[in-house]
Design a protein around this ligand. Sequence first.
Ligand code: NOJ
Length: 538
Amino acid sequence: MSISNDKWLWWKDGVIYQIYPRSFYDSNGDGIGDIRGIIEKIDYLEYLGIDAVWLSPINRSPMDDFGYDIKDYRRIESIFGTEADFDELIKKFHDKNIKIIFDLVMNHTSSSHLWFVESRSSKTNPKRDWYIWQKARRGKYPNNWRAAFGGRAWEYDKITGEYYLHSFLKQQPDINWRNKELRDAVFEDIKFWLDRGIDGFRLDVVNWFIKDEKLRNNPYMIGYSPRVYDMQNHIYDRNRPETHDVLKDFRKLLDNYSERMSVGEVFSPPPGDPRLSSEFLGNGKDQLDMAFDFSLMYVKWNAKTFYKKISNWLELIPSGGWPCHVLSNHDQPRQASRFYKKNYTDERCRILAVLLLTLKGTPFIYYGEEIGMRDGKISRSKLRDPLGKKYWPFFKGRDPERTPMQWKNADNAGFTCGVPWLPVNRDYWKRNIDKQIHEKNSLLNLYKYLIELRRKEYNLRRGEIVFLEKGDSGVLSYMRGDEFEIALNFDNGVKQYFPRSHDSEIVFSTEMFSKVTESKILQPYEAVIIRHNQQRNS
Ligand code: NOJ
């Protein structure tokens, strides 16, 4: 048996759950989820069995980009609660051995951050160079860069007659990581949270941190969409090599503390760029602990494609590094909507759950994924996301994947007793946590079961992964260690499947124990976990 004694390490062995705080649970009836709401739902999180929560930003913010525009890195936004509420959250979660991951939004601040207020006040202000300021070039914008959220990346500021850079909204000026004092100040803010007990960080758009020193024009290319932004090859405003030096310093800071973790959002447009993501892991020990590869957010439903994307990603992880996997987040349509198939969406969600929780690498679950939440339909008048407002109807923004958690079949799905900040998805009466807790075979209880199994079984967490069926026949299968064989039928048809050992038993099936070992049949959309007994007993 290939059991080794690697010690349990929460971010490698555990399951991480992303909470979008505005939408999780509202404790005070203002329609917006809050910290006390998260505390009140701790029993649910314990029931599900997750090991850590990643909280989308809860720092003080004018909410131009719903928290991804921070005004004060050391304070909690009052919409979400008080400092005392947050201390209580840390204490209660730690008491239950649930870790807390903060969202570190450090490519930009809010334009109302005091650093920026000072920086823009005069060309000679000591913080002037903390942001990226430029004179007009030949009476025009400093270069051809565009903002990811539309328009030019340069905003003219009357106070000093210069432009500042903003990669997203104009209310989100980019900070200048090349400035040593700025870097020290940012690191002090990070230390502040480490000292306060935060266990890890998700780094927002980490591949954006440093810009070309000469601010050269991006070349043009054929893009994946007709937006000018998408038709530029972002070689000068993203993915600059110097970013890795920042991350090495960041890692040294983190390593002064015990068992803290970092995971980077390495943004790349469809179809994703796993090679780029893996670069942010450095040699596996000197930069980020983990990085997201978004390839699976962009794929079509197809076993072969899934195989290619997953195996490619795993091969790119440096030795000593560790992978993670994510299927949904607050920026992309939910998996149940992306992989919608009339009458079979729930089956597909089950396959995805088994996949996510049996792959080698840390699973990230987005709130509501465990009950198969779909994207909400938001009418134009109810839109909140600045992106949706700008690009409607071509792109409806990110509100659909941010609708309130569906707790029960009650007003506003039990999320709030007030008016929810975004409308609750209309299907809440049939898709909610309360209902699924009580249904033995619900998707929620499937997640719960698999999380528990993963916790119990070393090989499901740390065992090597070797692919067996590579999707050609619609089936994807793989070994974890020499003990578990996982087979996923991506198709809506019956498939023959021959387990690789004669002496094996089915530990789990989405079909509630069909007879794979006897009849060697996988039912449509069936996923099974098979244990090889010989290995187990040897
Ligand atoms: C990535 C975040 O995930 C997204 O929600 C945000 O709008 C941008 N970064 C800008 O901070």
